[in-house]
Design a binder for this molecule. Structure first.
Ligand code: SAH
Length: 368
């Protein structure tokens, strides 16, 4: 019998879920079967490059080998899900996990670019007051393969002329609160030999600001975005209580300044614009002061509203004025277009599965 530990076994069967294995445990598994080591990469390529759902599809294994593998293992791809289409072309994917929970990912077309926004937790560890996901609390951390599965499902469903141009870890959850799984997922997403081969520079991880863990991102090679959202501790304590209590603004900015940025890269700061709360000229002035000298750009995100939120979206003129202030101070500043708002698929709107008309609800799953 192959050597595997219980963490890799599917709860509904006692078979090993091949997707739950990282490279090292996949190798142990292969050796445990009495197979040569090189079979490991062959197996992983089937999972991540060919995206098979069944061991039977692994046609470079002999019939006998496939039969032997099926006795002990399965490909634990999700069997159920839904796609909700927004009027603006954004697609929200709801993927059913093995324990019945739903994870949400959002595919966002923008001109010729196609960005996929991935979740790292079901719910979120943090309690940011302006974020719907924060309101649902943490259901659980996603495992590495559940983060990768979001990409596999979306790739299965892309149109023939579509190709993912970038991945952002900005969906449900705080990636730095689930760093082991996130690092493992990034390894599988970026590995060229047997993984999905997505260049790390096309991946952006967004954090609410767990300052002490920022340095661990550098070795992953991905881009780093920090959700600042406030310019004083008093304001940030109100908007992002959990994270700012642990990592107040000065500690966060010190960690940003100490971050070992690779050459020609810069940090991204995200700033949710909340009408009458953090969108004044004084806020813009303080923001430019906080970011002075940092190699960075700023993404302003006008608040995306959701039911029962006390916050409002500022009007376009206010957002443009805020942007102009920052630009004047020499900061590259962009206003994020909010896409997918009609299906609650925009930033901060993930977490409540509601169906609004007009949307097309298409099943994803074994038949795709
Ligand atoms: N926890 C991570 C990633 C998830 S949130 C983080 O905080 O960065 C992704 C981005 O959406 C963050 O910049 C967050 O500040 C922003 N956001 C959250 N709720 C929002 C809302 N209702 N409207 C607009 N942006 C929101």
């Amino acid at each position: 019998m192959p050597v595997v530990n219980d963490a890799h076994t599917s709860p509904s069967t006692d078979l090993t879920n091949l997707l739950a294995l990282d490279q090292t445990s996949a190798e142990q598994f292969v050796l445990g079967l009495g197979w040569p080591r090189y079979r490991t990469k062959q197996l992983l390529r089937w999972l991540y490059q060919k995206r098979v759902r069944d061991i039977e599809q692994m046609t470079d294994l002999s019939k006998a080998e496939r039969a032997c593998l099926k006795v002990v293992a399965l490909v634990g791809r999700s069997q159920d899900g839904r796609i909700i289409r927004s009027e603006d072309g954004t697609r929200k994917f709801l993927i059913r996990l093995e324990d019945g929970l739903l994870v949400e990912s959002v595919l966002i077309p923008e001109g010729r670019r196609l960005t996929l926004c991935l979740s790292t937790q079901v719910g979120c560890t943090l309690d940011c007051d302006f974020c719907l996901t924060g309101k649902m609390g943490l259901k659980r951390n996603l495992k590495a393969h559940e983060i990768v599965e979001q990409v596999l499902v979306v790739q299965d469903r892309l149109e023939p002329d579509e190709r993912l141009s970038s991945l952002v870890l900005m969906g449900m959850g705080e990636p730095l609160a689930n760093l082991d799984a996130v690092s493992d997922a990034i390894a599988r997403l970026t590995n060229e030999e047997w993984g999905l081969g997505i260049p790390a520079r096309r991946i952006t991880l967004s954090t609410a600001g767990l300052a002490s863990r920022l340095k661990e991102i550098a070795s992953l090679g991905v881009n780093l975005a920090i959700s600042l959202n406030a310019t004083t501790n008093a304001q940030r304590d109100r908007l992002m209580p959990a994270v700012n209590r642990l990592h107040p603004l000065d500690a966060l900015l010190a960690a940003c300044r100490a971050y070992p940025l690779p050459p020609r890269r810069r940090l991204t700061f995200e700033y949710v614009l909340l009408a009458g709360v953090n969108d004044s000229d004084q806020d813009a002035k303080r923001l430019t002061k906080l970011l002075r000298g940092l190699p960075c750009k700023v993404n302003l995100i006008p608040f995306n509203e959701f039911p029962n939120s006390p916050y409002r979206r500022p009007d376009d003129a206010t957002a443009l004025r805020f942007q102009a202030h920052l630009k004047q101070a020499g900061l590259d500043t962009f206003i994020r277009k909010s896409k997918g708002r009609d299906v609650l698929g925009a930033c901060g709107q993930l977490g409540e599965v509601r169906r609004r008309e007009p949307v097309a609800l298409t099943p994803v799953g074994a038949d795709c």
